[in-house]
Design a protein around this ligand. Structure first.
Ligand code: ACO
Length: 333
């Protein structure tokens, strides 16, 4: 739990960007056989944002990053590392972080992506934290950014109602103070469940062919109820472990910023953790599930709305394809 060399890593700034185009549940019911009532009661989602055709994941990531840097009071040239969590990179390679580096006009700092689906932001944050401590990097950008509309099957009502586009970012900074910043992180994965949530085509296992495209294998495939079952269990386990590992109790948590997949999953988590819903940040009604972007977008919104103050213990917890899961306990500076 304690950081190397007696240093801590704090979140010194947050930022987010969501595209202006809104797709409502009613809009969706004109595309597939669904209804606002079904989507709202099963998921809590009312609308989501959809990126413009030419808008890329790295465009959204760079917008969120600029805002996070501005809010940290730093300059772009202070950043020494970029890590992007995403399942929708601009291209299979080069990585999205390299495009972000170019768009920010940043120097030749290390830049790479992490792919852990919806847990990607917390995974990325912990990888960046480790590199900062080991390589003495003063400030890093950690971004979660997704253009999920590009891998959504718009003919599949069981998945297309769930997802949205956007980006969130934080600036991480080394700090000399103790007991502040990222106090504990817990990461996990279960590779026996790779098939319940995946994009089966387009990789080396099933390279693009006319047939894979006709069968929409390059789009999201999900067994929703299986994912739901695992999600509640692993998020609860991860949250408990990360809080206890930080030497705290759930009563000490001021705000929970969960992955924004489904209100029912979050309510089940709240009940199991015995944390009131008023201590949860929820914005999935307006953005849907934005995968790796969901936690940093919600975190930025919570900070801008004055829901996070100095000394507050913020619990982030996520699950996603893999399956992967992750929890982080952060004390705000
Ligand atoms: N509109 C209307 N009816 C629908 C829709 C829709 N959009 N989608 C499914 N249905 C129907 C089904 O066909 C089914 O009909 P049937 O009973 O006649 O067969 C019925 O509704 C119930 O379907 P279920 O799948 O059992 O519905 P459920 O209550 O499980 O809700 C949901 C589905 C919302 C997907 C839920 O399972 C869920 O949220 N799962 C978790 C999903 C999730 O969090 N995914 C994370 C992905 S993040 C990442 O890593 C990218």
């Amino acid at each position: 739990m304690s950081d190397l060399k007696g240093k801590s890593v704090i979140i010194s700034g947050t930022g987010s960007y969501t595209p202006p185009k809104i797709l409502t549940n009613d809009d969706l019911s004109a595309i597939v056989d669904t209804s606002d009532e079904w989507i709202r009661t099963r998921t809590g989602i009312r609308e989501r944002r959809i990126a413009a055709e030419e808008e890329t994941t790295s465009d959204m990531a760079a917008n969120a990053a600029r805002e996070a840097i501005r809010n940290s009071g730093l300059k772009i040239e202070d950043i020494g590392l970029i890590v992007v969590g995403t399942v929708t990179p601009d291209m299979p390679f080069p990585n999205t972080a390299c495009f972000v580096q170019k768009k920010l006009g940043l120097g030749k700092v290390p830049a790479f992506d992490i792919e852990a689906a919806c847990s990607g932001f917390i995974y990325a944050m912990n990888v960046a934290r480790g590199l900062m401590l080991v390589n003495n990097i003063q400030h890093a950008l950690v971004i979660g950014a997704e253009k999920l509309s590009s891998i959504t099957n718009w003919e599949d009502r069981t998945t297309c109602v769930l997802f949205g586009d956007g980006a969130g970012a934080v600036v991480l900074s080394l700090d000399e103070r103790e007991d502040i910043g990222i106090l504990n992180v817990q990461l996990g994965a279960d590779g026996t469940e790779t098939d319940i949530l995946c994009v089966p085509g387009g990789g080396s296992a099933s390279p693009y062919t006319v047939e894979t495209i006709e069968r929409s294998l390059h789009k999201i495939h999900m067994q929703g109820n299986q994912v739901f079952k695992h999600a509640v269990r692993v998020m609860c386990q991860s949250a408990t472990e990360v809080v206890e590992g930080a030497g705290l109790r759930t009563e000490d948590v001021d705000l929970v910023v969960p992955h924004q997949a489904n209100t029912r999953i979050i309510e089940a988590l709240a009940t199991r953790l015995n944390i009131g819903m008023e201590r949860f940040k929820i914005n999935l009604d307006r953005y849907g599930n934005t995968s790796a972007a969901s936690i940093p977008i919600a975190l930025d919104e919570a900070w801008r709305n004055g829901r996070i103050g100095s000394g507050d213990n913020v619990l982030m917890v996520a699950f996603g394809g893999g399956l992967t899961w992750a929890g982080a306990l952060v004390r705000w500076p």
